[in-house]
Every structure is written in structure tokens, then in C-alpha cells.
Design a protein. Structure first.
Ligand SMILES: *Cc1c(COP(=O)(O)O)cnc(C)c1O
Length: 458
């Protein structure tokens, strides 16, 4: 007799019931867990049980203690980091994909995942207006997507000089000059370090008041360089001048990689075209689907104009590998085994369509402008041009800003993080979820004002 999946089906039904309870109550749950919910997490601290226990009790415990210990990121009033919500069709598709439990290293492990990757590769290339031949690899996030694009670029620049990094390593290789904007994301620095191109060899180009790479400060290039541009400054949301950066870099035979974790999606939106001239002239791009596009975590994508360069960076062989004439997903990523994250990405692109994607992104931008406007009316200071989904806010003094932020986080009505901007303490607002409504913005602005009042009186 074969194994019965009845217990699994029963557990999935329980999970769905818990999911229903969770989503129905999300509006009342504090956006960050309260003291009691955090204390309850101590119940997880027990020695590894010796004996097995009932699976449905385990799931019940996870819901009872775990659900209140979550950050309500899928609700409408979470504006922390640049995190993104999760569109319903993506979550549902993911549940189905989880039941399939596909490993997607090779085509023969999952024809459906390989085909959906191929479809998404074509759709994304089209949607973002990238060169038709662009290849895509599906990874955990933009950190890995940056690593992948930069690996492809570094190796290709060295290959043109007769050096094969996969064969010969980096010892003794001719140095590849690297240029990044002063506001490059920490993930870019991390990737460069992992790739053996550390801080000491990275030239930092100054930025303007919005955090855009300043072309007047970009030194002339007289050899092929690896240049990293940014679509979406992590504080201000600003976009680098891609057309000028690409012309400058390509003039000397270099490679341009764009970190577009949340901002690359602007390239899909006709009304945002003025932000991204020349974005398709780059050589590689990194983007997160789990941020602006609201695909459930985790889903990052590396896109590379030169398919061969991307494949070459990740080449590997073993006697037991099963290459096929179809797409073998592991050709395009550092990982071999990985889950089928193309499933929920496909479901979201299929159900939104081009117009739905445009509408989603325009809605996030409109809410950000509205948020900034209402805060301005309440007497808060706005520090950036709100060109995308990011708003930088402060009160009168750094001290008041810090105390206000602490009070916002404690009130639990909404959640934002802090940062430093031009040497001032600021509050970062990132409007990132499909589920944010005008009412959520209004309630959040009220929470800001109340928090500032608390900060002033205590
Ligand atoms: C979020 C972000 C990253 C890192 O992406 P992960 O998905 O967290 O790995 C890199 N660059 C920018 C601009 C980001 O916003």
C-alpha cells in the first residue's frame, strides 16, 4: 500500500483556516507585535523533543504563538524598509507550488518550473523594455541578483583580456576598476567583497542632493570598468542618469550593472519613463519581485543581456548532471537546488497583465505623494523629491525625530524605520503594498502626529 496523504490534506485545511483568521484580524493586529506577543515567543525555547508529537498540535502552536509574533507586513500600514506585500494570487499559487515541492536545478527535475521561468524571462524582458536577447536567473533576492550580474560582468571583462576566472581564479588577474555611486546599497558592497573586489579597489563617485550619481564628478575612463548604477535610492527613491552612465562606461569598453531592487519596475510604467532614460542600455540588471511587484518572499531576478556571460559565470559539471535541450534553471544562478519561485511570479504577471502592473506601481507612487503631502500639511519636513514610492521625513530636530519614530513604532498603528540623510536623522516611509489604502495613509499620518505630540510632552 502506498502512503496516504489524507493527514497532509487535513493539515493544509487547518493551515487555511489559520490563514483566514490571520488575514481577517490583520487590521486590528499591531503592525509590530506587542510586548505580550513577543514574550509568548519564549514558549518556542525548549529542548529538542525526544519523542514525536501530533502534527496538528504543532501547527496549532505555530499559529497560536507564531501569528501574533509576526510583523503585519501584508497589512496596509507597514512602511518599513522596502518590503512589499503579497498579492493574493501569488500567495495561492505559492501554496500549490509548495505542495508540488519541486526542485528546479534541472529541467528533468521540474519541466513546469523550467517552462514558467522561460515564460517569465520573456515577459519581464518585454515588460521592462530590455533587449530581446536578455537572460534571467531566479534567485532569493537582489543581493544574489547583484552578485550574479557583477560576476557575469567581471568575468566577461576579464575574458576579453584573455583571462578565464572560472579556470584561473583571480590570483594574478589584471585588476578590473570598479565604480559605484556614493549611495550604492550595502548589498552591492557585499557582492563586490564576495567577488574579491573589495572596498580598497572600488572608486566611489559622489552623488547629488537626491542621491543620484553625479556625472560631473565621474572621472574619465581609459580602460574597461565595472560600473554599478542604481534604480531607486534606498532612502529617496531617486534614479541615476543611466543614459550618461552607459555612454561613459561603454565608451571605454566597460560593463554597466544596475541595482534596481525596487526601482527597476519604473521601466514598466510609461508615465515614469522620464526617470529611466537609457536603462535598457545597461549590460545587467538586478530586481526584486518581492518588493514593488508584491510577489511573496523570496524572489529576486538577475537579468543579463549576454546570456553566455551569465551561463559562463555559473558553469559547473558533474557526472550525474542531466542537462537537457530545454531550460536548465541552474545555468543562470549560483544555486543548484532551489524552489520553484517562478510559479508565483508567473501567476502574478499572468493575472495583472501589463496594465495591472502599471496600475499597481502608479498606485504605490500616488500613495507616497499623498503621504508626503499630508505630512507636510501637518508640519513635518519632507527631505526628498517624491519621484517613486519613498518619502524621507523629519521633525524639527534630530532628537524630536528619533523620539517621534520610537513613539510611532510603539503605538503600533503603522511601522516605519529610520535612517540618516544629509547628516540629519530621518524617518523612512516606503509605500510598498498593494493593500495600502487612502484610509491607511490617513490613519498613519494621524499616528505620526500623535507620536510627535508624545515625543514633545515626555
Ligand atoms: C532591497 C535592496 C537590495 C537587497 O535586496 P534583497 O532582496 O534584500 O537581497 C539591494 N539594493 C537595493 C537598492 C535594495 O532596495
Amino acid at each position: 500500500m502506498s502512503a496516504s496523504f489524507d493527514p497532509q490534506i487535513a493539515l493544509l485545511k487547518s493551515a487555511l483556516r489559520y490563514a483566514e483568521e490571520y488575514l481577517t484580524a490583520i487590521d486590528e493586529q499591531p503592525v509590530f507585535p506587542g510586548v505580550d506577543a513577543l514574550r509568548a515567543l519564549d514558549q518556542f525555547d525548549e529542548p529538542l523533543p525526544d519523542a514525536a508529537s501530533n502534527a496538528s498540535d504543532t501547527l496549532a502552536m505555530l499559529h497560536r504563538i507564531g501569528s501574533p509574533g509576526t510583523v503585519a507586513q501584508v497589512g496596509g500600514r507597514y512602511f518599513g524598509f522596502v518590503d512589499g506585500g503579497a498579492l493574493p494570487v501569488g500567495v495561492a499559487a505559492r501554496v500549490l507550488a509548495d505542495v508540488w515541492d519541486q526542485n528546479t536545478a534541472h529541467y528533468v527535475m521540474s519541466p513546469v518550473a523550467a517552462r514558467l521561468e522561460q515564460v517569465c524571462e520573456g515577459w519581464l524582458t518585454d515588460l521592462l523594455g530590455l533587449p530581446e536577447e536578455t537572460a534571467a536567473g531566479f534567485v532569493t533576492g537582489t543581493t544574489l541578483a547583484n552578485l550574479s550580474g557583477l560576476a557575469a560582468g567581471r568575468n566577461e571583462l576579464l575574458r576579453r583580456r584573455g583571462w578565464d576566472v572560472v579556470e584561473d581564479g583571480l590570483y594574478g588577474a589584471p585588476p578590473v576598476p570598479v565604480f559605484v555611486g556614493q549611495d550604492a546599497h550595502a548589498a552591492v558592497r557585499k557582492s563586490l567583497a564576495l567577488l574579491g573586489m573589495g572596498d580598497a579597489h572600488t572608486h566611489v563617485v559622489p552623488v547629488d542632493d537626491q542621491g543620484r550619481l553625479d556625472m560631473d564628478s565621474f572621472p574619465p575612463l581609459n580602460e574597461p570598468a565595472l560600473v554599478v548604477a542604481q534604480a531607486g535610492n534606498v532612502n529617496s527613491g531617486a534614479f541615476d542618469p543611466f543614459d550618461e552612465i552607459c555612454a561613459h562606461t561603454h565608451g571605454a569598453g566597460g560593463w554597466v550593472h544596475i541595482d534596481g531592487a525596487f526601482g527597476l519596475w519604473a521601466a514598466a510604467v510609461p508615465s515614469l519613463a522620464p526617470l529611466v532614460p537609457g536603462i535598457s542600455d545597461a549590460d545587467s540588471w538586478a530586481v526584486d519581485a518581492h518588493k514593488t511587484l508584491n510577489v511573496p518572499y523570496d524572489c529576486g531576478i538577475v537579468m543579463c543581456r549576454d546570456r553566455g556571460a551569465l551561463e559562463s559565470a555559473f558553469r559547473a559539471s558533474a557526472a550525474y548532471f542531466q542537462w537537457s535541450d530545454e531550460r536548465d534553471p541552474m545555468r543562470y544562478t549560483p544555486s543548484m537546488s532551489k524552489r520553484a519561485r517562478s510559479v508565483e511570479l508567473w501567476a502574478i504577471l499572468k493575472s495583472l497583465g501589463r496594465e495591472g502592473v502599471v496600475q499597481l506601481i502608479e498606485q504605490l507612487c500616488a500613495h507616497a505623494r499623498d503621504f508626503a503631502h499630508q505630512l507636510d500639511v501637518e508640519g513635518f519636513q519632507i527631505h526628498n523629491e517624491v519621484v517613486f514610492n519613498q518619502v524621507i521625513v523629519s521633525c524639527g530636530t534630530d532628537e524630536e525625530t528619533k523620539r517621534t519614530l520610537a513613539a510611532i513604532q510603539e503605538l503600533g498603528e503603522c511601522w516605519c524605520g529610520g535612517s540618516t540623510w544629509h547628516e540629519r536623522s530621518v524617518i523612512r516611509v516606503s509605500v510598498c503594498s498593494w493593500s495600502t489604502t487612502q484610509e491607511d495613509i490617513r490613519r498613519s499620518v494621524q499616528a505620526f502626529s500623535k507620536a510627535r505630540q508624545l515625543a514633545r510632552t515626555h
